[in-house]
Design a protein around this ligand. Structure first.
Ligand code: SAM
Length: 458
C-alpha cells in the first residue's frame, strides 16, 4: 500500500498480474483503476428512508447507482458510525457492483410469495437487499456459518426492521434435510477476494495460487451441499468478489455438467461495461464504478420430488397481550411464539416451515421479537423499536437530535419528561432507534450493550 493506504502495483502478487495480463486486453486501465480510490455507496431502506433526505446526507453530492433501486454513490466517505440513521437501519453501506443482484431479482422473481435461502449471508448486504426486494409474503432464510459473523448478520437484519427473515448459523452440510424447499438460493461464496484488493489489504496479503485452488474446491463443496434445497424450476444465484475464472464461470460450468440445470441470461442496460462470461457477468473496476464482482444465475430443471413437511404438531397457541397487539398492524396475519419468555411474531403463512427450520437448524432469530414478559410486566425488545410495522402512534416517543441520539447509542443518560415507569421509544428523524424507560427526569437506557457506539463523538 502507498503512504495514503492506496494500492500500488508493487504490492500486487506477480502471478495475479500475469494472469490478468492474459485475461484482459486493456489490463493497463485495470491496473490503473486498482490504484485509485474506491467509490462509496449506500442503499436506502425503502421501508424507513425512501429518499436520501437525512440531514446526514444533505449537502453531500450524491448520484444514483444505475442498476439498483434506492442506491446512491457519495462523493466522500463520511464517518458512518456517527450517523444515528445508520443505526436505525435507514440505509446500508454496500459496495455498488454487488447491488447488481437487484437487476437479477427483478427478472427472476415471480409476483407471488417465495422462500429464499441466502447461504453465506454475513454481514448482510445481500440479505437486506433481498428482504426489501422479495414479493410481499415471502420468507428469507439468512445463514452464516461463522458464529461471530452470524451475530453481526442478526444485528443488521434486526435493524433493517423486516419480519420476513429467519437467521441461522449452520454449515451448508446441515441443510441436507431441506429438500426442494427454496424457490431461490443465493450462494455469495467465500472466495479469493481479488475484487476487494483496493479496499482490503488482507485480501492482497492472503492471495496465493494454492488459495485459489482451495477456494474453488470449497465453492464446489458448498454448492453440492445445498443444490438439493432448491425446488425444481428454482434459481440459484452464484456470486463472488474475484476475477478468477476458476472460482467463477468454471464453477458454474462444473455445476451445469453435474446437475440438470440451465444457465440463465439476464438482460441489462450496461452494454460493454459488463464483461459477459459464458455463464455470468464479471465486473471490473475500470469499466464500472464499483469493485470486482462476478454473478451468474442457473435454473434447476430436475423432476419434482416431495418437499418435506413439518410434522403437524399440536399447536401451542400463544396470545399476544392487548398492550402488544395494539402496537402491530391489525391487517397482518402473525403467528405468535414464546421463546424463554420472549414473545415474538412470525409471518403466519410460514409458521409450519419455520418450525421445520427450528427442528433441524441452529435458528438465531426469527420474525420480530416484541417483548420479554415477566408476570404482567413487559421488557420491550430492541427489535420492536426497529420494526418497520411498529405503530408509533401507540407509544411514547422522544425524537432526538443527532447529539442526543448519539448519546443514547453510546448508552449514556438522556433526559425525559415522560411519566416514571413508562417505556419511551427513542427516535431520530422519526425513525426508531431503541427503548428507554422513564425514571422521572431521565431515562434508563435499554440499548443493547453489544450494539453500542464505542467511538468518541468529540
Ligand atoms: N453475502 C454477504 C453480504 O452480501 O454481506 C457476504 C458474504 S462473504 C462473500 C462470504 C461468507 O461466507 C462469509 O461471511 C464467510 O464467513 C462465509 N463462509 C466462509 N466459509 C464458509 C463455508 N465453508 N461455507 C459457507 N460459508 C462460508
Amino acid at each position: 500500500m502507498s503512504l495514503h493506504g492506496q494500492l500500488t502495483l508493487n504490492n500486487l502478487p506477480a502471478a495475479f498480474v500475469n494472469r490478468m495480463r492474459k485475461q484482459l486486453s486493456d489490463v493497463s486501465d485495470f491496473l490503473e483503476a486498482l490504484q485509485s480510490v474506491s467509490p462509496v455507496s449506500v442503499r436506502l431502506n425503502p421501508a424507513k428512508l425512501p429518499f436520501p433526505e437525512t440531514p446526514f446526507f444533505s449537502g453531500r453530492p450524491m448520484s444514483e447507482v444505475d442498476w439498483c433501486r434506492h442506491a446512491y454513490y457519495l462523493e466522500q466517505r463520511p464517518v458512518f458510525t456517527l450517523d444515528p440513521c445508520l443505526h436505525a437501519g435507514g440505509y446500508y453501506v454496500q459496495e455498488a457492483s454487488s447491488m447488481f443482484l437487484d437487476v437479477i431479482l427483478q427478472q427472476v422473481l415471480p409476483q407471488h410469495p417465495v422462500r429464499v435461502l441466502d447461504l453465506c449471508a454475513a454481514p448482510g448486504g445481500k440479505s437486506t437487499l433481498l428482504s426489501s426486494a422479495l414479493p410481499a409474503g415471502s420468507l428469507l432464510v439468512a445463514n452464516e456459518v461463522i458464529r461471530t459473523r452470524a451475530s453481526v448478520l442478526k444485528e443488521n437484519l434486526i435493524k433493517w426492521g423486516a419480519d420476513n427473515v429467519v437467521v441461522t448459523q449452520n454449515d451448508p452440510a446441515h441443510f441436507s434435510c431441506l429438500r426442494n424447499c427454496f424457490d431461490l438460493v443465493l450462494v455469495d461464496a467465500p472466495c479469493s477476494g481479488e475484487g476487494m484488493f483496493r479496499k482490503d489489504e488482507k485480501s492482497v496479503s492472503e492471495w496465493s495460487e494454492r488459495n485459489l485452488q482451495l477456494c474453488s474446491e470449497r465453492q464446489q463443496r458448498i454448492l453440492k451441499d445445498v443444490w438439493h434445497t432448491l425446488k425444481p424450476g428454482g434459481y440459484l444465484i452464484y456470486s463472488t468478489c474475484t476475477y478468477n475464472p476458476g472460482e467463477n464461470e468454471e464453477i458454474l460450468q462444473w455445476l451445469l455438467e453435474r446437475y440438470e440445470a440451465r444457465s440463465v441470461d439476464v438482460s441489462h442496460f450496461l452494454g460493454d461495461s459488463l464483461f459477459h462470461t459464458p455463464h455470468g457477468y464479471q465486473f471490473y473496476p475500470h469499466k464500472i464504478k464499483g469493485e470486482g464482482f462476478f454473478i451468474g444465475v442457473v435454473q434447476k430443471l430436475e423432476e419434482e420430488e416431495d418437499a418435506p413437511r413439518a410434522k403437524k404438531e399440536k399447536k401451542v397457541s400463544v396470545r399476544l397481550p392487548e398492550e402488544l397487539r395494539n402496537l402491530l398492524p391489525h391487517e397482518k396475519e402473525f403467528s405468535v411464539y414464546n421463546a424463554e419468555n420472549v414473545l415474538g411474531v412470525i409471518p403466519a403463512p410460514h409458521a409450519e416451515f419455520i418450525s421445520l427450520l427450528d427442528k433441524h437448524l441452529n435458528v438465531l432469530y426469527k420474525g420480530c421479537e416484541l417483548a420479554e414478559i415477566n408476570g404482567r410486566k413487559f421488557k420491550m425488545q430492541p427489535a420492536l423499536a426497529l420494526y418497520r410495522y411498529l405503530d408509533k402512534t401507540q407509544v411514547v416517543c422522544k425524537d432526538c437530535d443527532t447529539e442526543s441520539a448519539l448519546r443514547y447509542l453510546k448508552k449514556e443518560d438522556i433526559s425525559t419528561e415522560a411519566p416514571a415507569g413508562s417505556w419511551v421509544l427513542i427516535t431520530h428523524n422519526s425513525i426508531g432507534l431503541g427503548w428507554g424507560k422513564s425514571l422521572g427526569s431521565r431515562l434508563n437506557n435499554y440499548y443493547p450493550k453489544e450494539w453500542r457506539i464505542r467511538m468518541s463523538t468529540e
